[in-house]
Write a new protein. Structure first.
Length: 191
């Protein structure tokens, strides 16, 4: 179940964000709240069962129609599939890198075809945490401060769309803001 939590970010007490002002699992409300802030969210259909050992090429081929649609609409030249499981050899390194607040010079567009991950978006004086799950499509505009948590036992596969042929390129802000907000593991414990 997709989930949106909105926090008021207080720079004077970054380690204690307090309670969220809004928590919702209603996809239409999630889409509306993100849209008000210049972000995009949609529910698509990820109905293809992928083999556990599916290669990136097999994953992209399985979702060729969705890939072509997004590429046409956004001019994305490069598409890849990232799949991380608890046995992924680089899961700890990837988690640490993605958990640091960063920006990109292009939109960050993801379609979750398996599992879940937590995007935290630092927009003005708010932090919006979006728990994306299978069927969720999200677009984060270039320059938006954010971080991503795949959890200590990651299990997700997402299609990633890029205009830059080099793929994922981040500029880290150096802000330790992520340490003050719930992680994916925290959200799972609360559920």
């Amino acid at each position: 179940m997709s989930l949106l939590s909105i926090y008021r970010h207080h720079a004077s007490r970054p380690a204690n964000p307090g309670e969220p002002s809004l928590v919702t699992s209603d996809p239409e409300l999630i889409e509306a709240q993100l849209s008000e802030r210049g972000l995009a969210f949609q529910r698509w259909s990820a109905t293809i069962d992928l083999p556990q050992q599916a290669s990136q090429e097999q994953i992209l081929s399985a979702y060729a129609d969705a890939v072509a649609k997004v590429q046409r609409q956004g001019g994305y030249r490069t598409v890849d599939a990232i799949r991380v499981t608890p046995i992924h050899p680089e899961r700890e390194t990837l988690r640490k890198k993605f958990l640091a607040e960063h920006i990109h010079s292009e939109d960050e567009v993801r379609f979750f075809v398996e599992g879940r991950g937590l995007f935290s978006l630092h927009v003005g004086d708010e932090v919006l945490q979006v728990l994306c799950e299978t069927d969720d499509w999200i677009a984060i505009p270039a320059g938006t401060k954010h971080w991503f948590d795949m959890g200590s036992q990651p299990r997700f596969c997402a299609l990633r769309f890029f205009q830059n042929p080099n793929g994922w390129v981040a500029q880290f802000t150096g802000d330790a803001i992520a340490a003050g907000y719930p992680t994916l593991d925290d959200l799972v414990k609360r559920a």
